[in-house]
Design a binder for this molecule. Structure first.
Ligand code: 13P
Length: 335
């Protein structure tokens, strides 16, 4: 199992983080529609390949999460995408859940599916070059949610998934995402995130998952996006660190935050502040989707052949987050 621990450290060590490029075709189509680019498999590949060949891949991106379509695509140099990512010194990963569906028994909540046939799919992905995987459980915050049913059933699925992934020699990313949507306070987010994460670890331990060979991908502690409450970034960092300190077992090597709808700068600034006060042994880094790709996508959409220009935008964002993962980012460097 030290092998998995080492992979986790290679992905998140030295300020590196993860590029979450695993948008499903439906989500990627929404992203491309928003910048008026047609969502064809060629265009999805072209944008992603442009990022995967950027120089920041070498110093800032320790792992890339792919979607099923992308892991099977071939680059313009006739390389497989996992080989291209490995050649840049980064690890290829794969999203293996099949999405969040209506939870029977609590129809306003979701349960993530994909356990049936998972072992066979994992073996295939491993052969294709994947070194790590992702499964996302998703939870709403309201007065009544997440319900005990959603907390227990998603934790169970995350644990069964993780045990199988480790059996197949890959590092599972455990992602319980409490959504930012709603009018809840930061305190609500703190309490519910803590409850969800604690339950996840209870199940991971029950399923004999080696905690040294996983990466946790949590949300930061924020007030809901419709909340009247406004708190400072310093407060976000303090609450986030405190929540994780109290709910994550010390064996876990690394925590890689999702951006969850924060702006690019917010996600960088909050990560930086967390690292400035990080007095734990956890590596605190990023596994951003939107917060790493938004500006690059916008730039690219204006001229999809402008590889260099697009890479420049992406390199900057990746570099800023690598500095933030070491507590070395500042507004002056940003500008
Ligand atoms: P965002 O950073 O855009 O939230 O995406 C991360 C992710 O992988 C969500 O599952």
């Amino acid at each position: 199992m030290t092998e998995l621990y080492n992979i986790a450290l290679e992905i998140l060590g030295n300020g590196k983080g993860i590029l979450a490029a695993d948008e499903s075709t439906a989500t990627m189509t929404k992203r491309l529609d928003s910048v008026n680019v047609q969502s064809t498999s060629e265009n999805r590949l072209l944008f992603r390949e442009t990022l995967f060949k950027a120089s920041a891949m070498k110093d800032c991106i320790g792992g890339v999460i792919l979607y099923d379509e992308t892991i099977k695509q071939i680059s313009s140099e006739k390389n497989t995408i996992p080989k291209l990512i490995s050649s840049m010194g980064s690890h290829p990963g794969i999203k293996v859940d099949t999405g969040a569906k209506v939870l029977a028994g609590s129809s306003d909540e979701k349960i993530t599916e994909g356990l049936d046939g998972l072992r066979e799919r994992l073996k295939e992905y491993y052969k294709l070059g994947a070194k790590f995987t992702k499964w996302r459980g998703v939870y709403n915050i309201t007065k009544d949610f997440p319900s005990k049913l959603s907390i227990c059933s998603n934790a169970h699925a995350l644990a069964r998934y993780s045990a199988m992934v480790q059996e197949c020699n890959m590092v599972p990313i455990v992602e319980p995402e409490l959504l930012m949507d709603g009018d809840h306070t930061a305190k609500d987010c703190y309490q519910k995130t803590s409850e969800v994460i604690k339950k996840c670890f209870e199940e991971l331990i029950l399923h004999k998952v080696d905690l040294k060979g996983i990466i946790l991908k949590p949300n930061m502690i924020l007030p809901g996006n419709k909340s009247k409450e406004k708190i400072s970034n310093e407060e976000v960092a303090k609450l986030t660190l405190d929540c994780l300190k109290n709910s994550v077992p010390s064996e876990v090597p690394g925590i890689a935050f999702l951006s969850g709808g924060q702006s690019e700068i917010e996600a960088t600034e909050n990560l930086n502040l967390i690292n400035k006060i990080n007095n734990t042994n956890f590596i605190m880094s990023f596994s951003y989707g939107r917060a790493l790709q938004q500006s690059a996508l916008k730039f690219w959409s204006k001229n999809i052949q402008d590889t260099e220009g697009t890479q420049k935008v992406f390199n900057h964002r990746a570099k800023m987050n690598t500095l933030a993962a070491q507590g070395k980012w500042s507004k002056e460097i940003e500008n």
